[in-house]
Design a protein around this ligand. Structure first.
Ligand code: HC1
Ligand code: SF4
Length: 568
């Protein structure tokens, strides 16, 4: 252990601890901008400067290891002035667009300026004039608002191991960009949006579609239906001042109705449908010798990743479309004809915790209904903005139920929203359908929790099935590399691009930390434990859909509407 003094207080910490972390243990908050614990400790922004007795210059606390007897001052006049100057210099090259910026409420630079006492901007000089990159359907990059903290680079390279973003040029011309100056749409970006979650400013944001939604809501010719992803019900509250993980399903339904949607439906219904199709696909591959392992395909960031980086493994992907795509196809066929609505007038809006879903709906194969199956995707953050604009405070709203029939779902559907949930939901159905017996225990604890790669084994029809779950693309890469080398053998794998699964998606409220993810996951499991039905095959509306329309899982019609093919 190392003993040192910070602002007159003595503290003992393990060797290798940084001064920043040691100070935090004493409850002393040294301001930071570029710092992300263990991911981006580079001392680039110079905001965390401190004075160390005997040192000739001020030091960046985030990269300064403690040493025995060190005496640190975190708020001397020299420190406060240097910090303020560092922030003033960053702001001098930053567009003064706070009033209209998408990150107006959550910008870390704006908060930091206040914290370090910036009251004027004494420096004016050249400002970056690089163009905004709005090429992708998911993410907008505005280099003018980039503060070169490199947090996005760290997440993309280390957490996702995609390596799409990097620093280019030097000095004043330094900028963060995909390789060769490509735009995001040309690059290997998966549109997972994890870079958006860690950007401290408005340099990375989702492509905003709220104006299109307001416009269709005001059009009486349109029948506008909305579906809500599993993970949104436990995170939308954060946009409106609730604690992370608060379950707000009923109030969210009421709010969406008041926004003017003609029908409020649930993606969980379609998650149950996915389980029926994917569960039977697994059984078919096991019995008829198809490609194993079967790998889940409901996460569009993950699907784009495997297409870019492991095309030889595409045969393992389930042919099932993601639940919200299945929903769109069912809404514009089954629902339209059952209710005598012209599918051409139906607009399907998905509220998703995800930026990649904006890309997914535009894929050419997502038009099984003869129309684009899902028309618009809004992230949780964009919905939050619409609710604030409409003055809808969930606290004043009653709990209401989803519309039927596409609003009925089970606990198996809701757990899709957190890592391991698709696997657990599939096991609940597959195990019961094959044995014909009710399951004694429906909670599969081995696939729950936030370990990067989780493994489990289950007995199915006298056969031992090996399962794996990965979340975060670096973990997915590890699993796929082992598969490629023949070092791992599984029957069924679930992969989600984001840490924690959809609850940690790139469209979720900011901040999305590990702690916040945990709370949202707890909210998801709370929804499951309180659900009337907890297995997808018990969903009465799903039974009705098969009886009235699809026939049976993997039927010709199911294949037409709910399944897809992948081309390397
Ligand atoms: Fe997800 Fe899914 S769980 S992908 O994480 O399969 O986005 O929440 O809606 O489609 O159901 C996201 C979440 C979501 C789909 C489902
Ligand atoms: Fe990297 Fe994901 Fe951001 Fe694309 S969206 S740049 S893959 S972190």
């Amino acid at each position: 252990m190392v003993q040192l003094t910070i602002d007159g207080q003595t503290v003992e910490v393990p060797a290798g601890t940084t001064v920043l972390e040691a100070a935090r243990q004493l409850g002393i908050k040294i301001p930071t901008l570029c710092y992300m614990k263990e991911l981006n400790e580079i001392g680039a922004c110079r905001v965390c400067l401190v004075e160390v007795q005997g040192a000739r210059t001020l030091q960046a606390a985030c990269v300064l290891p403690v040493s025995p007897g060190m005496v640190v001052n975190t708020k001397s006049p020299a420190v406060r002035e240097a910090r303020r100057t560092a922030v003033e210099l960053i702001i001098s090259d930053h567009p003064q667009e706070c009033l209209t910026c998408a990150r107006n409420r959550t910008c870390e630079l704006r908060v930091l300026a206040e914290e370090v006492g910036v009251r004027q901007i004494p420096y004016t000089g050249a400002t970056t004039q690089l163009p905004v990159d709005a090429s992708s359907p998911s993410i907008v990059r505005d280099p003018r608002k980039c503060v070169l903290c490199r947090r996005c680079v760290a997440v993309c390279q280390q957490v996702q191991q995609v390596g799409c973003l990097q620093a280019a040029e030097r000095g004043f011309d330094t900028n963060i960009t995909p390789a060769f100056g490509d735009n995001l749409n040309e690059a290997v970006c998966t549109f997972c949006g994890q870079c958006v979650l860690v950007c401290p400013t408005g340099a990375l944001t989702e492509k905003n579609e709220t104006a299109r939604v307001w416009s269709v809501l005001a059009n009486p010719e349109k029948h506008v239906v909305v579906q809500v992803a599993p993970a949104v019900r436990v995170s939308i509250g954060e946009e409106l001042g609730y604690e992370p993980g608060t379950v707000l399903t009923g109030k969210l339904v009421a709010a969406l109705r008041r926004l003017g949607f003609d029908r409020v439906f649930d993606t969980n219904f379609a998650a149950d449908l996915t389980i029926m199709e994917e569960g039977h696909e697994l059984l078919e591959r096991l019995e008829e010798g198809g490609s194993l392992p079967l790998i889940t395909s409901c996460c569009p960031g993950w699907v784009k990743y495997i297409e870019h980086f492991f095309p030889d493994l595409l045969k393992h992907l389930s042919s099932c479309k993601s639940p919200h795509q299945m929903f769109g196809a069912v809404a514009k066929t089954y629902y339209a004809s059952k209710h005598g609505i012209d599918p051409a007038s139906i607009v399907v809006v998905s509220i998703m915790p995800c930026t990649a879903k904006k890309f997914e709906i535009q894929r050419p194969e997502m038009q099984a209904s003869s129309y684009q199956d899902v028309d618009i995707v809004l992230t949780t953050r964009e919905l939050g903005a619409m609710l604030r604009e409409a003055g809808l405070d969930l606290r004043n709203l009653p709990d209401e139920d989803f519309d039927q029939p596409l609003g009925q779902s089970t606990g198996a559907g809701v757990i899709f929203g957190t890592t391991g949930g698709v696997m657990e939901a599939a096991l609940r159905t597959v195990a019961e359908v094959t044995s014909g017996q009710p399951l004694a225990e429906i909670e599969f604890q081995q696939v729950r929790g936030f370990n990067g790669i989780k493994e489990a084994e289950v007995e199915l029809k006298g056969r031992r099935l090996k399962l794996a779950v990965a979340h975060g693309l670096a973990n997915a890469k590890q699993l796929l590399t082992a598969l490629q080398k023949g070092e791992a053998e599984y029957h069924f794998i679930e992969i989600m691009a984001c840490h924690g699964g959809c609850i940690g998606g790139g469209g979720q409220p900011i901040p999305t930390t590990w702690e916040v993810r945990q709370k949202r996951a707890q909210g998801i499991y709370q929804c499951d434990s309180q659900a009337r039905f907890r297995k997808s095959h018990e969903n009465p509306a799903i039974k009705e859909l098969y009886a009235e329309f699809l026939g049976h899982p993997l039927s010709h019609k199911s294949h037409q509407l709910l399944h897809t093919r992948y081309q390397p």
